[in-house]
Design a protein around this ligand. Structure first.
Ligand code: MG
Length: 387
């Protein structure tokens, strides 16, 4: 989920620090987290903002431009964090009503944290920033010994993004150039009221080498949850006309009948609808895309080849079949006596339990082409579950 910021809201992402503490030659915000640099994850969290200013060290300018120029305005920062934020603010002066200032080294900020800041500003706050109440007991120590217990009442751990009305925070920076560790501190210096919004334990700032491992664990957990939630549905519809013959193929079962069904393959209308439902759930077109009717090699193909292809494609992409439901629409032949055999056959082709497959039938009350006995129609729904 990405926060869609209101018009006039901008974000400044500070990434000009050299991050020596994270233990690498490369500044921490340019080191990979998963397959992308930390800063790419951070920027992605703010993709729903109209304006994003990325503040980088002059040494990283070329890399930043190559990767992010276009949707992101890139400026060089100063010696201090405060000077870097000022550079970002100047790039936005007169072009935004509100700004959220965020540490580039916080790549996993939940959307709810950003939304909380936006909501507070939308509600009229001049300044708002996320924080977590301190829950651990705090000690004062000296030489490895506890010297005092400090009360944690009213103490918070500050996070970012810190949000402000742009003119006010710009004024604060102008009045106190280079004068504070973060923007909330500056806001307080000029007497602004700062609303505390909900922070998150997942909103970690990558500071130490171990933080990369922790961030990767968090991302892994998120991916697993995302996959478990990746539920796809597809539908399929097919029609085949009757022609002279003595049987029809429906859902893989040969059903004796006083006509046949006309088609390039075996004309198994039920299996075609189901196959298209699976391709649909995968956003992979339909049978015609994978087995073009113009290609003579598929002439007379038994339709289980198509269904098998679709379900194999689903498995290759990490999905399993949740369930499938096929409805055959015709006046004749009678489907009821064959429905169990069809269910069993489809389950066998797709290698799933029969309880996940439904085959049923309806007439169209003698209305339309199916009602007049000109052909058979079928609709199907399939659910695929990722993970
Ligand atoms: Mg067909």
């Amino acid at each position: 989920m990405t926060v869609r910021a209101p018009a006039g809201y901008a974000a400044i992402i500070t990434a000009a620090g050299r991050g020596a503490r994270a233990g690498s030659d490369r500044p921490k915000q340019w080191r990979n987290l998963g397959s992308q640099p930390v800063i790419a994850h951070t920027l992605a969290a703010f993709a729903g903002f109209d304006r994003i200013v990325l503040v980088v060290h002059p040494d990283d300018m070329a890399d930043a431009v190559t990767r992010f120029a276009g949707p992101v305005t890139i400026v060089t920062g100063g010696e201090t964090r405060s000077a870097s934020v000022m550079a970002g603010l100047l790039a936005l002066e007169g072009q935004a009503s509100h700004v959220l200032v965020h540490d580039g080294a916080r790549p996993l900020t939940p959307a709810s944290v950003i939304q909380g800041v936006v909501d507070a500003l939308q509600g009229g706050a001049v300044a708002a920033a996320p924080a977590l109440p301190v829950s651990d007991t705090l000690w004062r120590g000296d030489g490895g010994n506890v010297t005092a217990i400090t009360t944690r009442d009213g103490l918070y751990r500050a996070q970012t993004p810190q949000g402000f009305r742009l003119p006010e925070i710009l004024a604060a920076h102008r009045m106190h150039p280079g004068g504070a560790t973060d923007d909330v501190a500056l806001a307080l210096k000029i007497g602004l009221e700062v609303t505390i919004t909900p922070g998150s334990e997942d909103n970690l700032k990558i500071t130490w080498p171990d933080d990369f491992a922790r961030a990767e664990r968090l991302m892994g957990a998120e991916r697993l949850m995302g996959n478990a939630m990746d539920i796809r549905m597809g539908n399929g519809f097919d029609v085949h006309a009757f022609e002279p013959g003595d049987h029809v193929w429906l859902c893989g079962i040969r059903v004796p009948h006083d006509s046949g069904l006309k088609g390039h393959s075996d004309a198994d209308v039920g299996m075609h609808a189901l196959t298209d439902a699976i391709y649909g759930a995968l956003a992979q077109g339909d049978i015609g895309r994978h087995f073009p009717p113009s290609d003579p090699q598929w002439k007379g193909t038994e339709s289980h080849v198509f269904l098998r292809h679709a379900i194999d494609l689903a498995r290759e992409r990490g999905f399993r079949l949740g369930n499938a439901d096929v409805t055959l629409i015709c006046e004749t032949p009678k489907i009821g006596p064959h429905a169990d055999a069809m269910q069993t056959r489809l389950a066998e082709i797709m290698q799933v339990e029969t309880g996940r497959i439904s085959v049923k039938a309806t007439t169209s009350e003698r209305l339309g082409f199916t009602g007049r006995g000109e052909g058979i129609a079928a609709i199907a729904t399939a659910t695929l579950i990722g993970g």
